[in-house]
Design a protein around this ligand. Structure first.
Ligand code: CA
Length: 229
């Protein structure tokens, strides 16, 4: 079942959207503030986001931009003002659709369905091959920044994902911990090679059947790590 997040501060509108989408068979979550909505968008797995423009704490412009930096799920922006819609388009924030309030709920549902179908086609077979890394039971979708282990989706922090993807893209090569640190963390970062060790441990907990006998990321004692292929 597709999961949708509505970020909308007007409760009546949020409720209306939720009711119609739930009736159409979607699983729906609502956040009434920009900051909490953004947090959940980045940390949880949603298939589509309906994003109001004017929101408390963080507005829809910024939320759209921040989500787009990490995910390519469909974002539908909602606004009361036609001028704002033009502005959003002009900014090229990466939203997939724009709806002006008031809108008919059935139109909203129809558009949601169309975007989900398009997105699922994209994530499925239509994706360019080099955007998907598949090694045994591990599948990394680089376009969507999503990871599955034996068909089950796992959630990674940004750095865990970057580190895993970097290793998987350079298999059978031994990397020293300080090389990995330089590669994944920028120079200003607080931390050292112990950060790499901690992140490898977290990644293993998510991708390995038995962390003590890793199938993917092998420890090369005294040196660093190697992704086995
Ligand atoms: Ca609003």
């Amino acid at each position: 079942m597709s999961k949708i997040l509505i970020i909308e501060d007007e409760e009546a509108i949020a409720d209306l959207e939720r009711d119609y989408l739930e009736l159409s068979g979607f699983e729906v979550e609502v956040e009434y503030r920009g900051d909490t909505g953004l947090k959940r968008s980045l940390e949880e797995q949603f298939d589509l986001i309906i994003l109001d423009l004017m929101l408390p704490e963080i507005d829809g412009f910024e939320i759209c931009q921040r989500i787009r930096e990490e995910k390519n799920i469909p974002i539908m922006m909602v606004s009361a003002k036609k001028e704002d819609i033009d502005k959003i388009r002009g900014l090229g924030l990466g939203a997939d659709d724009y709806i002006t309030k008031p809108f008919s709920p059935s139109e909203l549902v129809a558009r949601v369905k169309a975007h989900l179908e398009r997105y699922n086609r994209l994530v499925g077979s239509g994706m360019p091959k080099n955007e998907i890394i598949e090694i045994r039971g591990l599948k990394i979708d680089k376009t969507a920044r999503r990871v599955w282990v034996n068909g089950e989706e796992k959630t990674f922090t940004t750095k865990e994902y970057d580190l895993l993807t970097f290793l998987a893209e350079n298999p059978n090569r031994v990397f020293k911990k300080d090389e990995l640190f330089r590669e994944i963390w920028d120079m200003e970062s607080v931390g050292d090679i112990a950060t790499v060790t901690v992140h490898i441990k977290k990644i293993r907990e998510k991708i390995e059947f038995n962390s003590a006998k890793p199938q993917y990321i092998e420890t090369i004692w005294g040196i660093g790590y190697r992704f086995k292929i």
